[in-house]
Ligand binder design. Structure first.
Ligand SMILES: [Zn+2]
Length: 450
């Protein structure tokens, strides 16, 4: 038997987590944390379908917490198998997982301790793209470039036929993970699959197309306006990838000598990880890095790692651009900058990336007149913009391109990682092309082969 149970990202965008049963053996693909909505966060306490120690291995697509953040919980519950992922994913997890444990401890709701995060990192084994690794007898995995963040992968799992299968042929199960757009400044376009018997497909933007205006064009316009007004542009951005993308773009803009601050210790550390992996960047970015030994070369960039460096930003007069985490303004140093600049009508806040419903970033996009920060209602007078061109996720047309090299439609395609509207839109679109499409519910289990 080959079966899959959806333990997360079913009908929602967080908690990516899939339990695979092959005969009487068990594997996990991704093990992410549910984020945002408290009702969803409850699911972080759900039971595993089988005891954690019974999972032979865990395969991880990329380092984002909504794909990796529950690994230490699996480890705390007894998992001790190998965790296969790319080398940059391991290094980014070294930044993200201990930080996640620390934040939970400070918030007083720990799912696991820092020791479990450390143990999870010890179990990680680095894999290269395009080479098949044996996960266990009869099970192989190949990592392909997903172009979403540094080291991100989509996975091709191959299962040898079990004696009782009617067709004695290997079966390929493809997990898209999160798919990038191929338009980001630093990463290559995602590789495309050629064969999938079953496909688990992300649908973050299953119902939408991104604006075709380039990120550089959008950024140029807003930065130029900020410079003319001698004001401040605050960009809440994820510390990993988005902050680096923005700083990388600055070198190509025509914005005079405006100061750019990256105010995030995590982003500062992530830059050093990026600089160790030129082979995982787009050809252009990789070449520049090899040539100059430095990825971010905008001359007026200041990276603020310490609290003193962060505090000093406000001592320098505008115009200035501040890029700071977290990306949805749910925590981190960006809150301090928002508190300071939201009430100022000359400032601009530019959101960069997907904003989950209920987050402060989402509230700003909705046009809320006040934002609650640390129990105070801060009036929103600043201009709100959205930097759509830097999205880390493919839209439906780009997903269609990603699927275009498949020899034939998969037997079944499972749509995950989207809100209800996006999932249904994507289901309609693929069904019209004659595809067999399922939108799994949370904890729904499907037998793929008996
Ligand atoms: Zn992701």
């Amino acid at each position: 038997m080959l079966a899959i149970e959806f333990l997360g990202a079913a009908g929602t965008v967080t908690g990516s987590k899939y339990s695979i049963t092959y005969g009487n053996r068990h594997f996990m693909v991704d093990c992410g944390m549910f984020q945002g909505d408290p009702e969803l966060a409850e699911r972080n306490h759900q039971n595993w379908p089988v005891p954690a120690r019974d999972y032979e291995a865990l395969l991880l697509t990329h380092a984002h917490i909504d794909h990796s953040g529950a690994i230490p919980r699996l480890v705390a519950d007894g998992f001790s198998g190998p965790i296969l992922c790319t080398e940059p994913t391991i290094e980014l997890c070294e930044l993200l997982l201990p930080d996640s444990a620390k934040i939970m401890r400070l918030e007083g709701s720990p799912l696991y301790g820092e020791e479990h995060a450390a143990r999870a990192l010890e179990l990680m084994e680095g894999c290269n793209y395009y080479r098949q690794y044996e996960v266990g007898p009869g099970v192989g995995v190949t990592f392909f470039d997903a172009g979403h963040i540094l080291g991100s992968a989509w996975l091709e799992l191959e299962f040898d036929p079990l004696p009782d299968w009617s067709k004695q042929e290997p079966v390929r199960l493809v997990f898209s993970g999160d798919l990038g757009r191929g338009l980001g400044p630093m990463l290559a376009a995602p590789d495309r699959p050629e064969r999938a018997d079953f496909l688990v497909l992300e649908s973050t933007y299953g119902g939408r197309l991104h604006s075709r205006v380039s990120a550089a064009g959008q950024l140029q316009e807003v930065v130029e306006r900020t410079r003319r007004r001698k004001s401040t542009l605050v960009i809440p951005a994820f510390a990993v990838q988005r902050s680096q993308d923005i700083a990388y773009l600055f070198e190509t803009l025509d914005v005079g000598n405006i100061s750019l601050y990256i105010d995030s210790p995590m982003a500062a550390r992530a830059i050093r990880v990026f600089e160790r992996y030129p082979d995982y960047l787009s050809r252009n970015a990789g070449q520049l890095l090899n040539e100059y030994d430095q990825l971010l070369r905008y001359p007026h960039l200041r990276i603020c790692e310490t609290t003193e460096q962060s505090r000093s930003i406000l001592n320098f007069r505008p115009p200035r651009v501040i890029v700071s985490a977290s990306g949805m303004a749910e925590g981190g140093r960006v809150l301090h900058h928002l508190r300071h600049h939201l009430p100022d009508a000359r400032s601009t806040i530019m959101l960069a990336g997907y904003q989950c419903e209920g987050t402060r970033g989402w509230q700003l996009l909705c046009g809320d007149p006040y934002l609650d920060i640390d129990g105070r209602a801060i009036p929103v007078r600043a201009e709100i913009e959205s930097l759509d061109g830097l999205s880390g996720h493919a839209d439906y047309a780009e997903i269609q391109e990603w699927l275009s090299e498949l020899e034939s439609p998969p037997q079944t395609t499972f749509l995950v990682h989207g809100d209800e509207e996006s999932l249904l839109a994507q289901q309609n679109r693929l069904s019209q092309q004659g595809w067999q499409v399922e939108v799994p519910e949370h904890r729904q289990r499907f037998v793929l082969l008996r």
